[in-house]
Design a binder for this molecule. Sequence first.
Ligand code: CP
Ligand code: NVA
Length: 319
Amino acid sequence: MNTQIPEELRSMRHFLSITETPANVLNALVDFSIVRKQQFRRGELTPAFQGRILAMIFQKSSLRTRLGFEAAMAQLGGHAINLEDHQIGLTRRESPRDVARVISSMADVIMARVYAHQSVVELAANATVPVINGLSDWAHPCQAVADLMTIKEHFGRLAGLRMAFIGDANNVARSLLNACVKSGMSFAIASPEGYQLDPGVVQHARGASAQSGIEILTCHDPAEAAAGADVVYTDVWTSMGQEAEQAEREKAFAAFQVNAELMRRAKPTAVAMHCLPAHRGSEITDEVIDGPQSVIFEQAENRLHSQRALLEVLLSRKK
Ligand code: CP
Ligand code: NVA
């Protein structure tokens, strides 16, 4: 028999961004994911969602998100269907508005990986079932939950820790900034000129953390950001959809590599993180990914456990 879903999580409807997720909900989701992972490993979870359907839309490639959601649905006793975007043509063949209405009549939850964040917003505005953002150009909230989960499992806490993000101020970085603020972690980011966080995003985060004592630092020097960090995080220099800018980005980001030398700037107890897929030898070296400080493959596995917990929460909602 599965234990109860925590009260804080009962208000969850869609999961589009960390910004829109209240801090108590985010922290409860991280803790619930850890509990369910342990129960899953002990073989204690009952697949209680027979006949329930997750509809998945992928406008971009995926390994972890796709496998995590599909495996999670199977483990819950339900079923996931990948709608193959070249068939459904979200925004090209059919509007997110109509797609959302049709899927809502046949499935219980929608997960969408999209180019424009507006597409998940429109899906959510028109769906009568929950919508999960499986990555947009703006946010990657599912990644941030798995990341907080990984950090909490490793250090036993989140509040008071410090994350350094080295590289592009992209969807992953934005979600992590907000996740750190909501869990009491300081956040430092080093990005090249022209690839920094939007000032409005930083201002919002600083406002949200004003009374909390946490620090938010934005700079251009990886060593400055990494100084005293508990977590050193990086992501690709060129995200999906930005391929035309790759050569230009490789030049701009050349000095923004997470390597053994940079890891020495962080605390000796620091961990290295990357959402994957990685371009080994570009934003991160083999030595770091495969080294003793890496928790990168635990992060990847936690996509499954946190997404299964999220699905359980959303599928348990009263219709
Ligand atoms: N980190 C992540 O989202 O991986 P995929 O793109 O493979 O799903
Ligand atoms: N920033 C990357 C993350 C991939 C998981 C991208 O959007 O392609």
